[in-house]
Write a new protein. Structure first.
Length: 159
């Protein structure tokens, strides 16, 4: 029964190649369907999230005007880092303060290094620099190289 089909494939090599290409495309489509969740994260414009809390050890009540910010930075090339996203913690900040940073997942490269840093500060009223109360004491690595996407930040008092 199948002798006719087999002989056609053997006689027509382009039909055999076409069949092989079709089979390969079907296998690829099946693989992609199984990995669709991972692919969605890297689609341009797709959002990913970093979250956690910001707190400090000292038992002090901050002035009502203190606000904060948490920033996601690419620090692969050293220096201050390149800011990828930021979220503000509106005044009055009370610890532990939850944060959530939404960012473009397509900007994350698994070969690079990313940190988050937080600062609690009192803005200046006269246009000056203002006062920093607390800040992240050391780099807090996130996202790549096995680092988390949820982090509880414990800040140190600024000097």
């Amino acid at each position: 029964m199948n002798d006719g089909n087999n002989s056609t494939m053997q006689e027509n090599p382009s039909a055999a190649r076409g069949f092989a290409v079709l089979a390969a495309l079907l296998v690829l489509a099946a693989l992609l369907a199984g990995c669709s969740e991972k692919l969605k994260l890297h689609r341009p414009g797709a959002l990913a999230t970093l979250s956690g809390t910001v707190t400090y050890r000292q038992r002090i009540l901050l002035p009502l005007s203190v606000q904060g910010e948490v920033r996601l930075l690419d620090v692969t090339d050293g220096g201050e880092g390149v800011e990828l996203a930021r979220v503000e913690l509106p005044a009055p900040v009370r610890a532990p303060a939850p944060y959530r940073i939404d960012f473009d997942a397509a900007r994350i490269d698994q070969r690079r290094n990313y940190v988050i840093e937080a600062t609690l500060f009192e803005p200046a009223t006269d246009g000056g620099p203002g006062r920093v109360w607390f800040r992240t004491p050391a780099p807090q690595y996130v996202l790549t190289h096995g680092n988390p996407a949820y982090l509880e930040l414990v800040l140190e008092m600024a000097r």
